[in-house]
Ligand binder design. Sequence first.
Ligand SMILES: *Cc1c(COP(=O)(O)O)cnc(C)c1O
Length: 399
Amino acid sequence: MIPAVMPVYSRADVQFERGQGAYLFDSEGRRYLDFASGIAVTSLGHCHPALVAALSEQANKVWHTSNLFRVPGQENLAKRLTDLTFADTVFFTNSGVEAWECGVKLIRKHFYSKGQPEKNRIIVIEGAFHGRTLGAISASKAEKMVKGFGPLLDGFDQVAFGNLNELRAAITPQTAAINIEPILGEGGIKPATVEYMKSLRQIADEFDLLLFFDEIQCGMGRTGKMFAHEWAGVAPDVMCVAKAIGGGFPLGACLATEDAASGMVAGTHGSTYGGNPLAMAVGIAAVDIISQPAFLENVRTQAAALHGELEKVIARHPSIFVELRGVGMMLGLRCADNIVNLDLVNALRHHGLLSVGAAENVIRLLPPLIIGSSEIAEACAIIDKTASELTAASAATQV
Ligand SMILES: *Cc1c(COP(=O)(O)O)cnc(C)c1O
């Protein structure tokens, strides 16, 4: 019999009752150090007092009015985001994929409004992840996401990550944009190099394409800069953000320059919930904390310490781990071929550390950005112990 909850997820058999800072507590009272952060969402930890206060205060005022009226929180948060970034304008959504699709629509509309409707194809990256709507799976083309869901949407041309020759060869008079995650998240924590990012900007300018970054996972302070593309010193024309911007409250945003968004006039796009007062209250509080230079500086400092400690753990277990990837607090431990990453994710959880799997046999470590030396030491001790047990167990089975 089909479960009442549609069984599309393979869930671990654990339920959390309470969270505080970097920790979650399950129904049996067990404590877990949360280096999953709900997949890079709870970047300020659980129940951050400023977010709780912002949400509770707004909950006692007004929850929802729709976009038939002005929403002061939207004006407020949009101003903050445009002040902080390349962007001139923002559309608010309830999820990441909606922010990504807003970007796709905006790109198509941009060229349509300019009298170039034939420019409607977007170059996307193999192994990228943009979400689960028909549009986003059509861009991803990954078998596990698209099989049985056809017909897919046309208009996405894939090229290999990091390959500029292939990218240039894929550009036609119909190409409108290049879409990329500056760090592939689900794809295995693969950062684009600075040179690659700079080249993407140059190529976009050369061929009159819009550059569209998906910073849903790597943005919002995750790498130690407000947005990951800042490391490369290049700006996109369009960017989607979500996950950590709501700190756990559903919120996404599509940011764009005035020129890129020139076709987005009244009536062209919308959402009932998008940018509702509750989401805005939390988003403003989250952005205010994360964008502080001292906060980001601390993320970089703690991330450097975490890298250093993880490198030591990896060096002690060469038969388990082969590589540390990533930037800031968006990290991936690539497992050796004979190790199944998800087995290790489960073993780590049994020892009280939450992590997330990713492609290429990677274990993602996405700690809350508020961690300090004690959480770093605890996480590394758990990884070290779990790896030692795994080595001992595989030695025993080989006898
Ligand atoms: C999570 C994610 C999405 C999709 O976000 P949803 O909120 O699940 O729709 C899109 N792009 C990237 C890079 C992501 O990590």
